[in-house]
Design a protein around this ligand. Sequence first.
Ligand SMILES: *Cc1c(COP(=O)(O)O)cnc(C)c1O
Length: 396
Amino acid sequence: MLQVYADNAATTKISATALNAMMPAFETYYGNPSSLHSVGQDAKELLEDARGRLAKCLGCEAREIYFTSGGSEADNQAILSAAKMGEKKGKKHIISTAFEHHAVLHVLQKLEKEGFEVTYLDVKTNHNITPLDVKNALRPDTCLVTVMYANNEIGSVLPIAEIGAICKEAGVPFHTDGVQAVGHLAIDVKKENIDMLSLSGHKFHGPKGVGALYCRRGLPLTNLIDGGAQERGKRAGTENLPAICGMVAALEESLAHLEENSAKVTSLRDKLIAGLSQIPHCALNGDAINRLPGNVSFCFEGIEGESLLLLLDMKGVQASSGSACTSGSLDPSHVLLAIGRVHDVAHGSLRLSLSEYNTEEEIDHILTVVPEVVSYLRSISPVWRDLQTGKRTFVL
Ligand SMILES: *Cc1c(COP(=O)(O)O)cnc(C)c1O
């Protein structure tokens, strides 16, 4: 049976280029970059080469790159650093959005318990925010604006360059969780006035457990991990050199083919969106225009997302639903609630996230299988029966 991996927003398959780039760091450059002997210094050279190449991919300087264990760590460090700096100046207000990743939201919630005030910008209109929303939320005591570059569940791409200009003018540090955008969209942190950006290797065909934080020179970072003096003293621990090499190779490869990949994936996405829109009582989630090339997200009335995923997996389609979070909680996704989906509808969600490895044939397979499974689940759903008999009213 055809197997269709359509969960690339969760993680991607490593590319052959990235895998090959890791091998020398295991076999030849196995030294500790902090060692003073030649084996260590050779590893150090490879590490600094990778840093320089990553900086080039983002449009910043090598010394503005800090390697981390992934996107979550980079998000935590960026936000906590800005909060600490704000606190010193008596500024304890942060602007963010209601649909951030948990790696941002949970840090903000922790800061709220410590007396910070957070404005979560509403995302109901167009499932996005506007630069004006940010401008209007700014206060004299705002110490950080942190808004994601692109949403991982519903694919909305935010107006980052415009927000960057507003923050620069106001003199407020601007962090963006760029994990879904890096390797998929053209990014230039300087042109877009981004002060801090988080990225993660495994979202663009690199290895898992490695990421980076870009932090503009002059912005002080606070350590999450204390110990040795690695990463200019801001992140202790022997560098994961094989993973760093794999990540940078994956990013260079993605950017070298950005236009063709984006065109291909966008066309697959649009075919999928057009086909799935034919299913009765469904709605597209996310910004219809400013949207990640690979994101397809729908809510279907009268079904459970979990059942949909299991049946789709049995038919060879690996997808995701916003409704079940990893903790096993039955609460619907905070992202779907934030865009205004009611609980019942939010439970019937489906996210298909594509990459350049997907094919037209795979899209056709999804377009055959999803309508079948949705019809079947509705045929056995008590909620769907109530909708049919008028005991409940359709929302979509
Ligand atoms: C995956 C993801 C993260 C977390 O990255 P990890 O490297 O898995 O820690 C953070 N933010 C967004 C938007 C993501 O998609």
